[in-house]
Design a protein around this ligand. Structure first.
Ligand SMILES: [Zn+2]
Ligand SMILES: [Zn+2]
Length: 290
């Protein structure tokens, strides 16, 4: 099973020189299993993923694709209108998220609103592909709940992957997910998370327990974190603490700050690797084989 990063930038895309090594596309990750594929978030990186999907002759890219969203801030949905396979009537997408009821919106309306005429020339209904929206209530995810008891709907008919979600601290809320791939390998996706008072959330440690890959927010340096309380993100140091305590095999840091250029990110990566050896700062187009 491969995990491929298509967007590793947080908050807003960047395209300046000096940002090309890590890349400037916002959040999007492909979970590429032997028979099926899944997509985490639809930031601007999903545009390139769409081009590669259309060019691929692999059967798994033509089967229903499971799309899972951490939350709906711009940097996690803004690539969706430019996702070319969504315009192909022969394709099907199962769009899933937890906790959408908190906003008094349907999951479909999150996507149809961003494609209203005032914002975009093509409506969701005109795109062409078949969309199935699966909402899972976040009401049952209390502070004291154990992550393992929460099992949202199976991702898609016949899909063997299982997903567990946890609502975590972020403005408006966001979800971390533990995803069991078709080969039994575990990927934990945890972005746009701020640990309240700097204290690591035990539920996230549980969610990442023995994961083969932990993808974790690392927007800030430990120093920057001190001056960004309430901004909804974490530092690479906190990501390392989660990885250590959860015994993860590989830690991939993501959601890079749009003001952090390649040189700065290389420095942060070096410091991070000194603390947790098996770690890497994710780059757009990076592939991890698990
Ligand atoms: Zn974000
Ligand atoms: Zn966010």
């Amino acid at each position: 099973m491969n995990v491929k990063f298509y967007g590793t930038r947080g908050s807003t895309p960047v395209c300046e020189p000096g940002f090309q090594q890590f890349g400037g596309n916002t959040s999007c990750v492909l979970i590429d299993g032997p028979d099926r594929v899944g997509i985490l978030d639809a930031g601007t990186g999903i545009r390139q993923l769409g081009k590669e999907m259309l060019a691929s002759t692999e059967e798994r890219f033509r089967r229903p694709v499971f799309m899972l969203f951490s939350h709906f801030h711009w940097d996690h949905i803004q690539g969706f209108p430019f996702f070319a396979p969504a315009y192909d009537p022969a394709r099907e997408f199962v769009i899933t998220a937890m906790g959408i009821d908190r906003f008094h919106h349907s999951l479909r309306s999150v996507f149809s609103h961003q494609m209203e005429e005032v914002y975009f020339p093509v409506s969701l209904d005109q795109m062409g592909a078949k969309f199935t929206f699966k909402e899972s209530s976040g009401d049952s995810l209390g502070e004291d709940d154990v992550p393992e008891v929460h099992t949202p709907q199976p991702p898609a008919p016949g899909h063997e992957a299982r997903v567990i979600g946890v609502l975590h601290n972020h403005p408006g809320g966001a979800y971390s997910y533990r995803i069991k791939g078709q080969n039994g390998k575990i990927v934990t996706y945890c972005t746009d998370i701020e640990y309240a008072n700097g204290v690591i959330d035990e539920r996230i440690v549980a969610l990442a327990r023995d994961a083969d890959l932990l993808i974790h927010d690392a927007q800030y340096t430990p120093d920057e974190l001190k001056t960004h309380r309430g901004w909804g993100h974490s530092s690479w140091e906190q990501a390392c603490e989660v990885a250590e305590r959860a015994n993860v095999k590989l830690l991939a840091l993501t959601h890079h700050d749009p003001n952090h250029d390649d040189e700065m990110l290389r420095g942060m990566e070096k410091a991070c690797q000194q603390r947790f050896k098996d770690s890497v700062f994710a780059r757009d187009q990076m592939v991890v084989d698990i």
